[in-house]
Design a protein around this ligand. Structure first.
Ligand code: ATP
Ligand code: MG
Length: 229
């Protein structure tokens, strides 16, 4: 007779699967950044060398080599962009706060909307995994939503940590939406961020109304014992 998997076990399994997915993304991002982008950069330097040292070369050869250098520049930029979209290496190298600062400035660059990010003192001590990745992904999706749907003038991201809980708020002053009008079948973002918080025992509240902006608040309890703190 089959026995149902207890909820605690299911949650542990989902958390482990999530951690593996994030590790794979981090590995791929590192390979793209450190291997592919570096080799392409070296190839570009060599191409410049050939162009500049071609003696009595024809004009068309020089022009072709210049085109190759430009193409390599674009490919390096695309590779770096792909690596950063997969997982910003900042998150692993410098931690959550610089990674969110980077997200906020990328958001402002992309859609021209100022984004203020503030933290409390406790966060200077950083947040460990799996909390850091969860918070990062939630900010990422929330800012994507602001860029895609809100038509906002300003966004505020606030991250606070106490001994037992981390609280994240992303608030915009944009067009807002009806939260009780049911989920569109293709809309997975808010559901995904709720799931991330839930997996860590947290909760999410989405407050919005037409013309009133949108406020997403996520609270995640921090485990007191164990290495994930
Ligand atoms: N900040 C916001 N301002 C205005 N409307 C929003 C905002 N965030 C979400 N919405 C509305 O809520 C809907 C659901 O958002 P959700 O992130 O779940 O899906 P999506 O952004 O449409 O698609 P996906 O995230 O799967 O690419 C959006 O389609 C949009 O109508
Ligand atoms: Mg979305």
């Amino acid at each position: 007779m089959e026995t149902a998997c207890p909820p605690e076990e299911r949650r542990a399994f989902a958390m482990a699967a999530n951690a593996i997915r994030e590790e794979e993304k981090a590995h791929l991002a590192r390979e793209l950044h450190d291997e592919l982008a570096q080799s392409l950069t070296a190839l570009k330097m060599d191409t410049i060398w050939v162009r500049d040292n071609t003696t009595a070369g024809s004009k068309s050869v020089t022009a072709k080599l210049t085109e190759m250098v430009e193409m390599l520049d674009r490919t390096v930029a695309a590779t770096r962009r792909m690596a950063a979209d997969l997982r910003p290496l900042l998150l692993d190298d410098l931690g959550l706060v610089p990674a969110i600062e980077w997200l906020a400035s990328k958001f402002t660059q992309r859609c021209g909307v100022p984004c203020t990010f503030s933290i409390n003192e406790e966060l200077k001590l950083e947040l460990q995994e799996p909390y850091a990745t969860a918070v990062f992904r939630i900010v990422q999706e929330s800012l994507n939503n602001v860029a895609k749907h809100a038509d906002a003038m300003h966004v505020v991201v606030t991250l606070q940590k106490t001994l037992d809980v981390v609280t994240l708020v992303v608030q915009d002053d944009g067009c807002g939406f009806l939260t009780n009008s049911g989920r569109k079948p293709q809309s997975l973002g808010i559901m995904g961020l709720r799931e991330r918080a839930q997996l860590l025992g947290g909760s999410t509240s989405v407050k919005s109304a037409p013309g009133q902006g949108t406020r997403i608040e996520v609270r995640i309890p921090l485990q007191r014992t164990g290495s994930i703190r």
